[in-house]
Design a protein around this ligand. Sequence first.
Ligand code: ATP
Ligand code: MG
Length: 427
Amino acid sequence: MSKSLQAIRGMNDILPQQTPVWRYLETTFARLLEAYGYSEIRLPILEFTDLFARGIGEGTDVVDKEMYTFLDRNEESLTLRPEGTAGCVRAVLEHGMTGGGQVQKLWYSGPMFRYEKPQKGRYRQFHQIGVEVFNQPGPDIDAELIVLTARLWKQLGFANAVTLQLNSLGSSEARARYRDALVAYLQQHFEQLDEDSQRRLTTNPLRILDSKNAQTQALLIDAPTLHEYLDDESREHFEGLKARLDAAGIAYEINPKLVRGLDYYGRTVFEWVTDKLGAQGTVCAGGRYDGLVTQFGGKPTAGVGFAMGIERLVLLIETLGLVPSELNPPAHAYICAFGEAAELAALALAERLRDELPGLRLLVNAGGGSFKSQFKKADKSGARYALILGEDELAERMVGCKPLRDDTEQQSIAWDALAERLAACLA
Ligand code: ATP
Ligand code: MG
């Protein structure tokens, strides 16, 4: 096939047999979020490049290596959003939604773009569902976000396949003190660090903590830990969060090396991780970003949020066999019509049935065909009944109703009685 007829590497079509699972996830999530009092916000896919450079931060993988950036016809540098938080902060500031301490509890979903090495669970166009809360500085809301994700896992049926990892990054001052201590320690072992970590020692030293390199990890065993440097307020915030999770019966694992890839986090960070998907095991990640709004020139505004990767959640529920069987129900009935007069009557009858039975899944044969071929199509569609409309039926204002999934006899049903009879199969 010519190259122009292939999708871009790492950008997937979501085919008709997959969309029901996607919709199941999306609607389960949307319903849950609305039940907790969150509102949906829809944001552009393109933003000015500067928004991400400033928001996510230079020196992060996302900004340095992963963004799809281009000049538009007006020579402005635009970027396909690699994540949702920066755009959401931009939007609430632009529309004055956080002024005067207004609380906002928002959710969004949609495609994100990162130039990564495509592999299972990691794509260049992927989809996130995200939540952001503004002007709620306390650990109570951090706990609510975690509690509602835990409920989602329970609803989806894999609560026992994910674990919660938790950490506090402290205040930016605490982080700066810790960064100095970490750099001083690692500098003594510079030669033993992997190449990426050597580079990060100057650009983004905290990221060294989640290096995958075994030798680097071994060095980190004796490195100073962030917790020794936590400020009192952050410590108190963290204790508050843990107490709430304990009260809600949510198990967690403190992971002092959890630092997250984006620069804007402080205090709470968390990830929900599974061991069922191989290397791409983080299905949901988030944290607190109280400094981000001021970074964009807004008034100090607390912010906290998370995002989950829909592809990874789909993979997980498929891997665990948790896709509900009734997601793609077959049609209730399939109308076969023979001859033009019958086709016209079939169309009118179908519309009437759809008026009378709004939940009816009704297929109408298109493209004509012999009795045998239409019947075959009706059968293949999975429909429960074939409704047969030929010359004789037309003359008598009846249809032949042939059950396709059991051996019961075909019956003649008057058009006027058909809705009532089909209503029984909707129940
Ligand atoms: P990772 O460590 O897996 O690269 P990340 O820290 O870069 O993830 P975030 O920016 O926090 O990820 O995004 C939140 C969630 O979005 C991730 O936990 C993951 O489920 C999903 N995600 C991130 N990048 C991708 C990708 N390239 N393909 C598919 N899903 C992704
Ligand atoms: Mg990443």
